[in-house]
Design a protein around this ligand. Structure first.
Ligand code: RP5
Length: 172
């Protein structure tokens, strides 16, 4: 059986589009993952069952995304001994401030590593960085990734210098 390193929990299928950015970055780095829908409020028993199953399967990091009163990551962190990354989502009248506070304001003893509102990509990258603490090859890939970010900033700065801001904006 193929080992799964990361599990992604969505509070609802309405979270899937935003969270596809997590899946994309995990695939870019060749990390095996599973994605499931399980709500802390609507299906609490299923959530606990999923956590137990994923732990048995050797999952090392769980990423949990939810909007509104987003307790999913916190509930998972209460049951899972390894790192949990929370992604607060934007939907709803408070534009994600509700889910940000619900996810990040954990009581001492039960941390949730919370990324920015809707920042699904960073959740994936943080999971990869956690896995890379014990994997030199993955660490090297992350260094290459960071270099590609820096190269792209350099390229844009050179282009801005070359064409000037007015021309630069025309092609934006
Ligand atoms: C949260 O409520 C989910 O994570 C989702 O972001 C939000 C709305 O869910 P749906 O009503 O679209 O299923 O629990």
């Amino acid at each position: 059986m193929k080992k799964i390193f990361v599990a992604i929990f969505l509070g609802s299928d309405s979270d899937l589009l935003v969270m596809s950015e997590t899946a994309k970055v995990l695939e870019e780095f060749n990390i095996s993952y599973k994605i499931t829908i399980s709500s802390a409020h609507r299906s609490p028993e299923l959530t606990i069952k999923n956590i137990e199953n994923f732990q048995k399967q050797g999952v090392k990091v769980i990423i949990a995304a939810a909007g509104l009163a987003a307790h999913l990551a916190g509930v998972i962190a209460a049951h899972f001994p390894l790192p949990v990354i929370g992604v607060p989502l934007k939907g709803g009248a408070l534009n994600g401030i509700d889910s940000l506070y619900s996810t990040v304001q954990m009581p001492p003893g039960i941390p949730v590593a919370t990324v920015g509102i809707d920042n699904a990509k960073n959740a994936g990258l943080l999971a990869i960085q956690i896995l890379a603490t014990g994997d030199k090859k993955l660490e090297k890939k992350l260094m290459e990734y960071k270099k590609s970010l820096s190269d792209s900033v350099k390229k844009r700065a050179e282009k801005l210098e070359e064409v000037g801001w007015k021309e630069y904006l025309k092609n934006k």
